[in-house]
Ligand binder design. Structure first.
Ligand code: SF4
Length: 480
């Protein structure tokens, strides 16, 4: 949970000052967008799939309670155990208790945004349970004591050189240049962790209510190892991740792989239905599924913003967003970034502490256009903005008071031709002090905030209204 206010502006100014980061972001988002576009163009029924996925998600969120009960029943039927967690603290406690009851010392984890959201690693490690991320990107992020930069590719902000240096420091190996050698080092380290793990923790991409099957999608094979090798598998899922029928899973798998990485299908799709059964040679002996609410049931009640829960975490909206492309993931201050972060973070946390985020959008709608479940982002953004403004009205602050004065002055000047002309003349006179090459390169406060980053066009000696008047007077028409 967020404990202090997210200052998006401050964070993004820091990010913009880092040219290395900017280059990495542009390269990554360009590549992701191109591969998604190609993958999407290969199937003619793309729009139908999107419509159907949205319809299913609408149905799930509308009847969320009954689908959760159905899923619980199915999981229990196949020998698994369901735990209900109302918030991050409760979810973490459940996992720690399962670990304690089974004398678990070593845990391997596959990539999961839900566990990032509840800061599970921190919780378990503080209780003496060794917890290691096994997705390569997440592993790098964990070694740096950092946070994921993107929901699909957590370490895009790290260069090959950064990783080489990191591995050298942590494992005492030479600073290799070749990515293959770096991957081999991580593989060797992680293999030992897998072999000594007593428990595997994963997220859930989709959970099928009718069969109790959970689907986990990945490209490295680490999630499959983490969920099959250790004796205990604990999966944490946001309660919105349900798909009612098994046959509907293929729609979401197709949408997710193409939208996320431009693949026809992810390299590994693991479908897990309960623990190891009698006579089976592998798989965990215990299977636990934690239903994580953490504010989701509240979102489901809001007619205006409940569609934020339709998200399947593909990252396409992030890659297309012109703002994310400039400032990257850490500017959003929490685990979710880009447009989906800007709408979900305020709803899962205190709106006052996250009030900057719904304004981090130009409302261009590019996120809505790529979203595989057609989330109407501009609508959700506007609805959250309205809420923030209504809350602010209840507690007036000095900034709002100043804004009111500024808009009152602006309204008065622009609605009265006399004031407008008078102000124009004053500005024309004042600009003599700041003018250079037909531009104003520096202005006094508060306009200096504008000229800090860009020049302001100089006021014309012969303004438009004068030219307009002259033109129509000459032709004998009265200007309006
Ligand atoms: S909001 Fe849509 S585009 Fe963005 S991550 Fe979720 S599913 Fe993907």
């Amino acid at each position: 949970m967020i404990t202090k206010r997210i200052d998006f502006k401050k964070n993004s100014v820091q990010a913009l000052a880092n040219p290395k980061l900017k280059k990495a972001l542009v390269n990554f988002t360009d590549r992701s967008r191109a591969s998604r576009k190609k993958a999407v163009s290969e199937i003619s029924e793309w729009e139908d799939l999107r419509l159907e996925a949205r319809r299913i998600k609408e149905q799930v969120i509308k009847d969320l309670d009954s689908y959760l009960l159905e899923l619980e029943e199915s999981i229990t039927r196949v020998g698994g155990k369901v735990h209900w967690a109302k918030d991050a603290e409760e979810a973490s406690k459940i996992v720690a208790t399962i670990a304690k009851e089974n004398n678990v010392r070593n845990v391997v984890k596959s990539k999961s945004m839900a566990t990032e959201e509840i800061e599970l690693n921190k919780y378990l490690i503080s209780r003496g349970i060794n917890t290691v991320e096994t997705d390569l990107g997440e592993y790098i992020v964990q070694l740096c004591n950092d946070h994921p930069f993107h929901i699909i590719t957590p370490a895009i902000h790290k260069t090959k050189e950064d990783i080489s240096k990191l591995f050298s420091e942590k494992f005492g190996v030479p600073e290799y240049e070749e990515p293959q050698k770096l991957a081999n080092i991580a593989r060797k380290e992680l293999r030992e962790k897998f072999l000594s793990a007593d428990m595997g923790i994963s997220g859930v991409n989709f959970a099928v209510a009718e069969t109790g099957t959970i689907a986990i999608v990945e490209n490295e094979g680490n999630a499959r190892l983490a969920t099959t090798y250790p004796d205990i598998h604990v999966a944490i899922m946001g309660i919105e991740k349900i798909v009612p029928k098994f046959e509907q899973l293929s729609i979401f798998l197709s949408l997710l792989a193409r939208s996320a990485t431009g693949q026809k299908s992810s390299t590994y799709v693991s479908l897990i239905t309960g623990p190891r059964r009698e006579g089976e040679r592998d798989g965990p002996r215990q299977f636990h599924l934690v239903f994580l609410d953490n504010g989701r049931s509240q979102i489901a009640k809001s007619e205006e913003t409940k569609e934020s829960l339709y998200c399947i975490r593909c990252g396409a909206c992030i890659n297309i967003c012109p703002i994310y492309r400039q400032v990257g993931g850490h500017s959003y201050g929490w685990v979710y970034s880009g447009p989906i972060g800007a709408v979900i973070t305020p709803q899962l946390n205190d709106l006052n502490k996250t009030a900057d985020l719904p304004f981090v959008s130009s409302l261009c709608g590019a996120c809505r256009d790529v979203c595989p479940v057609k989330i109407d982002f501009p609508h959700v953004f506007l609805s959250l903005r309205q809420k923030i403004i209504e809350q602010a009205r209840e507690k007036p602050n000095p900034r709002e008071f100043m804004e009111k004065i500024a808009f009152w002055i602006w309204g008065t000047v622009f609605s009265k031709p006399f004031y407008y002309n008078f102000m124009g003349k004053i500005m024309f006179f004042l600009q003599c002090f700041y003018r250079k090459d037909n531009e104003l390169q520096r202005l006094p406060y508060p306009f200096s905030k504008w000229t800090r980053d860009k020049n302001f066009p100089a006021f014309s000696k012969n303004p438009f209204r004068e030219r307009w008047k002259k033109k129509y007077q000459v032709k004998g028409k009265a200007p309006r």
